[in-house]
Design a protein around this ligand. Structure first.
Ligand code: ATP
Length: 494
């Protein structure tokens, strides 16, 4: 059984993954701290995205932009003026609620992109009331989501800065420097992972809607005439597409034909992330693509497809990917007055690159879905087993001496220190062996190594596999290599 969001939050707190920020002071809504296990897991997830989509992708390079940048960036991107959500105050209890998501929760209708006036009409027509006290909602208004701050000692209209609400715009702001210094040629992508801040009206559902979170985003630039020159496109690949409350499994080709994707590059990037989640353990039946209809599309986007996950609170956005055309570079060019055109050798002319795809991934939402689908309450074992892909498990291996006496603890410590040179390993000599296995199961540690009396004689140890509980004997001299091959090369446990 999949846990509820509250059960998962309680589990994460109990195991030292994630807890409310500054809980001793009562926490702060929309902000969380990561504990020892959580920081390892989150770093591994970010590393996995980066490895698969930047390091191992010949078309993509990375940057690390500033969190507070020149405010003109947000003028060019239109965030300064338009980045807001629609909010309404309850006339009885004064609670402020984000109205579009409330309408979606109550009626199932997606009202993304609707005007303030239209939303106001829907609230009345559908008799939407305060989710807390059922009171009548006042007329909705727009609420700005940018966190403001003051830069430097002076306080005037020029000193106002913003915490970035997304990582993407820093990529456009750095585009010229990256292009001039990294020998990239169209088509190419620039990626970034890092913090983003949004003053969300109603943060909720644990890590789903936060005020401080992280994103992994890529801007993929092509020549506007070469949107379909994608060597990695696989039209025969299958994906799930939303169909009412469920999904249908169809080919990528069929979706391209129906213009769900704007181009082959767009299709490639959406499917690459869909497959990434499956590779890392998310069940295919919990993933589907949700295209934005024409009236939901932002004015600059040619097409946008979300990847949705079946959360315990419904199908919700896990990932978004829009074809943004020349809007962003065009805007940054206009406001900065710097040309952002590049020379495309293949056609021997200058072009303003086209954003064929903008994969946009929230790290915390990725964490959530990876945790949901790894979580297995094993009634037989009497404990939770976190069946995480070993690549992202916080700990790779735990070393457990059967008993502490007769030199076993010392020998086990030696083995542990040797493993530590290569892996995030853990040494645990306390409690029954069953209890120690259970502790590691709950943290998702793929392999436990038990050092017993025979180990002292023949230099072999027992290696236990987390998911099957099968055990094999391995020679201590081969331990490092074998564990490495199982985790990083996917070799069989035998
Ligand atoms: P929503 O409609 O849920 O507010 P959005 O469409 O505004 O999301 P984008 O601006 O497209 O989201 O952000 C890209 C990705 O960043 C999302 O798919 C999600 O994974 C993540 N994300 C956005 N807002 C938040 C948030 N408040 N908390 C956690 N993750 C977020």
């Amino acid at each position: 059984m999949t846990p509820s969001i509250d059960e998962l939050a309680a589990f994460c707190k109990k195991k030292g993954f994630v807890f409310k920020t500054a809980e001793i002071f009562g926490g702060l809504q929309g902000f969380y701290d990561y504990g020892p296990m959580g920081v390892e897991l989150k770093n591994n997830v970010k590393k996995a995205f980066w490895n698969d989509f930047v390091t191992k992708n010949e078309f993509v390079v990375g940057i690390d932009g500033a969190i507070i940048t020149n405010p003109q960036v947000w003028v060019a991107s239109e965030h300064a003026e338009k980045f807001s959500d629609i909010m309404a105050k309850c006339s009885s209890c004064g609670f402020n609620v984000r109205v579009d998501t409330l309408i979606e929760d109550v009626t199932g209708k997606n009202v993304e992109g609707e005007s303030l006036k239209e939303i106001g009409k829907i609230v009345k027509k559908e008799k939407i009331v305060c989710p807390k006290c059922k009171g009548i909602l006042e007329e909705p208004n727009e609420f700005k989501l940018m966190f403001e701050t003051n830069i430097g000692p002076e306080k005037n209209e020029k000193s106002t800065g913003y915490l970035r609400p997304e990582t993407a715009q820093l990529i456009f702001a750095a585009f010229k420097n990256v292009y001039q210094t990294s020998r990239v040629k169209l088509p190419f992508g620039i990626a970034q992972v890092g913090k983003a801040f949004r003053n969300e009206i109603s943060p909720r559902n644990f890590l789903f809607r936060l005020r401080e979170f992280e994103q992994f985003e890529i801007e993929f630039f092509t020549n506007p005439e070469k949107l379909n020159d994608c060597p990695m496109y696989d039209g025969k690949a299958k994906v799930n597409i939303a169909d009412k409350n469920s999904f249908k499994t169809v080919t990528v080709d069929s979706l391209l034909k129906k213009k769900v994707f704007a181009s082959k590059w767009h299709a490639y990037w959406v499917t690459a992330f869909f497959n990434w989640f499956v590779k890392y353990g998310v069940k295919e039946k919990n993933l589907r693509l949700q295209p934005h209809s024409k009236d939901q599309l932002a004015h600059y986007a040619n097409a946008c497809v979300d990847i949705e996950y079946k959360f315990p609170f419904g199908w919700k956005e896990l990932h978004g990917d829009a074809d943004r055309g020349q809007f962003d570079l065009g805007q940054h060019q206009k406001v900065s007055k710097e040309s952002l055109e590049v020379f495309d050798e293949s056609v021997s002319k200058k072009v303003l690159p086209f954003v064929a795809a903008e994969p946009s991934q929230g790290i915390e939402r990725a964490l959530l879905v990876l945790l949901f689908d790894a979580y297995f309450d094993d009634k037989k074992r009497g404990n939770v087993v976190l069946k995480l892909n070993p690549l992202i498990s916080p700990l790779k291996v735990a070393v457990l001496p059967l008993v502490k006496k007769d030199g076993l603890a010392e020998y086990a410590k030696e083995i542990f220190q040797n493993l530590q040179k290569r892996f995030n390993a853990f040494y645990d000599a306390g409690g029954s062996i069953g209890r120690r296995y259970a502790r590691q199961d709950e943290l998702g540690t793929p392999y436990c190594i038990t050092v017993d009396y025979d180990s002292m004689k023949d230099k072999t140890v027992t290696v236990r596999d987390r998911d099957s509980t099968k055990q094999i004997r391995i020679n201590v001299d081969e331990l490092n290599t074998k564990i490495w091959e199982m985790i990083y090369l996917g070799k069989k446990f035998e």
